[in-house]
Design a protein around this ligand. Structure first.
Ligand SMILES: *[C@@H]1O[C@H](CO)[C@@H](O)[C@H](O)[C@H]1NC(C)=O
Ligand SMILES: *[C@@H]1O[C@H](CO)[C@@H](O)[C@H](O)[C@H]1NC(C)=O
Ligand SMILES: *[C@@H]1O[C@H](CO)[C@@H](O)[C@H](O)[C@H]1NC(C)=O
Ligand SMILES: *[C@@H]1O[C@H](CO)[C@@H](O)[C@H](O)[C@H]1NC(C)=O
Ligand SMILES: *[C@@H]1O[C@H](CO)[C@@H](O)[C@H](O)[C@H]1NC(C)=O
Ligand SMILES: *[C@@H]1O[C@H](CO)[C@@H](O)[C@H](O)[C@H]1NC(C)=O
Length: 483
């Protein structure tokens, strides 16, 4: 059944075998035996690979990494949620019977003639997750270079109980401290992102009726004004996906009514939306031509394309720019170029498309350390990171510890491995390719998730001169293209 499904370099004999066993009741016991064996082998392998990493503990390596894990992980809870939803799109494909051999983007639909951009300035939109509490390790507002990004999105304001969560003095203080960066760069815009780990269904409730939308818009605009912020970024993951289908329409209505209200007030508040990358979610969640009328731009979350999931346990790139030569069908859509082209072909003007670039990566534990390529079998998340999410300092420490690194020519991203630890990440080179893609393609700019995941203390280079090396690289490539 998987054979016609174009799995890249499928190593799926095991899965197929499992299916056959499942069909036959009389073999249930054998199946149970196999499951137990797999569990035992998995545990053993994870343990052994962990031990082998741990063997370098004397040098403080693993210890340092674990300490890093404990810090800077404000965003993980939410990142993991999105990764799961992206995974659900993949799973839908794997579970479906159609062989999903879409999906050439109709290049004819893309209006290339509107692409005479010469004097363009690009947005550099950076997400900043608030420190959970001011003790140690966290990135504080004052440590952000005010001229690094053009826009800073504060993550997150949450929705509880059908309305925007009241903001207490501690949080308000933090908003003000981010906002204060504007005194050192008057053109900086600071936006508030609403979403994150808002309770499930909260956006659905808020957007469901005219009355609830009106109240939400009123509360939100009051909060923006109170905190001297410049706009609003919606991070609803994701309207109508695995929930009420009407949410798609409700979301468009929310954006429309917000735009009307801003027009009525002659307000210059910016409205942006963080949007999905996988095709099934895009198709379910967004009415793109309408959205395009009401938003200033969308931040396309072109990452988390591959990470460890039990139903597709293989290595892959977090944020490939292009497809691998041997990827077909659905798998050929799991890259930045495909997603961005698709958004464009569906009616989002390219100057409103802000392309997502990650400063984080994903770790995996290989089944076999001799099989360490792309699409190699894996057992789970790597030792590094929190549920496999790794920050750039973790990446550079790992790479420094004599990990082998490979730069993939197809996808224009690196990976690294050592023993059974395998990581996909972005470095200055891969981000330069992506920034160049944004600039030469005439898109609206680059979005970064996140300031907190870059090397904000200059640990990688041991130099205080070299804070935020990744975002700095993106900025410089975008700036070159303005010349
Ligand atoms: C998939 O195909 C199998 C056999 O061809 C069929 O029994 C099953 O109902 C199909 N599932 C769906 C969701 O169409
Ligand atoms: C990028 O996407 C476009 C539109 O789908 C496609 O025509 C082009 O071949 C892609 N580029 C690469 C290098 O894959
Ligand atoms: C493409 O864009 C140009 C300039 O914006 C416009 O005049 C033209 O009508 C557009 N063509 C289509 C097919 O939308
Ligand atoms: C801040 O975090 C530290 C460590 O996580 C914890 O011990 C401390 O109680 C927290 N402080 C506040 C005010 O929440
Ligand atoms: C949610 O709203 C209801 C009704 O307005 C109220 O009774 C309840 O206490 C609220 N819950 C929370 C957690 O604020
Ligand atoms: C303020 O709100 C934040 C986020 O809801 C919460 O973590 C924090 O404990 C609150 N602080 C105070 C002093 O109430």
């Amino acid at each position: 059944m998987f054979s016609d499904r174009q799995l890249p370099q499928a190593k799926y004999e095991l899965l197929i075998e499992n299916k056959r066993i499942g069909l036959n009741c009389s073999r249930a016991l054998r199946a149970a035996g196999v499951v137990v064996a797999i569990v035992v082998i998995t545990c053993l392998t994870v343990y052994i690979s962990w031990r082998s990493l741990k063997s370098v503990d004397d040098r403080g390596f693993v210890k340092k990494l674990w300490e890093l894990n404990l810090k800077n992980y404000g965003p993980v809870e939410r990142l993991q949620h999105r990764a799961e939803l992206y995974g659900s799109a993949l799973k839908q494909y794997l579970d479906s019977n159609q062989s999903y051999t879409v999906i050439a983007v109709e290049s004819a639909v893309i209006n290339r003639s509107s692409n005479d951009v010469k004097t363009k300035t690009f947005r550099l939109v950076c997400y900043y997750t608030l420190p959970s509490n001011g003790t140690g390790g966290d990135l504080m507002p004052e440590e952000i270079d005010p001229s690094l990004c053009t826009h800073i999105n504060i993550a997150f304001a949450r929705i509880t109980n059908g309305s925007l969560q009241p903001v207490n003095s501690t949080v308000m203080g933090l908003y003000n401290r981010v906002s204060a960066l504007k005194s050192r760069n008057p053109s900086l815009k600071v936006l508030l992102t609403i979403g994150g780990s808002s309770e499930p269904g909260s956006f659905g409730t808020v957007s469901a009726t005219h009355a609830s939308r009106k109240l939400f818009i009123h509360d939100t605009l009051a909060l923006l004004a109170k905190c001297k912020l410049d706009g609003l970024d919606f991070d609803w993951e994701f309207p109508a996906w695995q929930s009420d289908k009407r949410e798609r329409v409700h979301f468009t209505q929310l954006l429309m009514e917000l735009r009307d209200e801003l027009n009525r007030r002659h307000s210059k508040f910016i409205v942006s939306v963080a949007v999905a990358a996988p095709k099934p979610i895009i198709d379910y969640s967004y009415d793109i031509p309408q959205m395009a009328e009401y938003v200033d731009y969308v931040n396309v979350m072109t990452y988390d394309y591959h990470f460890y999931v039990w139903y597709l346990p293989m290595t892959g790139f977090n944020s490939p720019l292009y497809k691998q030569a041997d990827e077909n069908g659905y798998f050929a859509t799991l890259n930045t170029n495909w997603t961005v082209s698709y958004w464009e072909s569906q009616g989002m003007p390219k100057e409103k498309i802000v392309v997502g670039l990650p400063t984080y990566g994903h770790s995996f534990t290989l089944v076999n350390d001799a099989n360490h390529g792309v699409s190699a079998p894996v057992l789970g998340f790597g030792v590094l990171g929190d549920s496999g999410f790794i920050s750039y300092p973790q990446v550079c420490h790992f790479v420094e510890e004599e990990a082998a690194t490979v730069f993939d020519r197809d996808s224009r991203v690196p990976y690294a491995f050592k023993n059974r630890e395998w990581i996909s990440y972005d470095d200055e080179r891969s981000l330069a390719y992506k920034a160049e893609y944004v600039a030469s393609g005439g898109y609206g700019g680059a979005m970064i998730w996140a300031l907190n995941m870059d090397d904000f203390k200059g640990e990688c280079s041991n130099s205080r001169e070299n804070w935020f090396p990744l975002i700095t690289k993106v900025k410089s490539v975008l700036a070159d293209d303005q010349l």
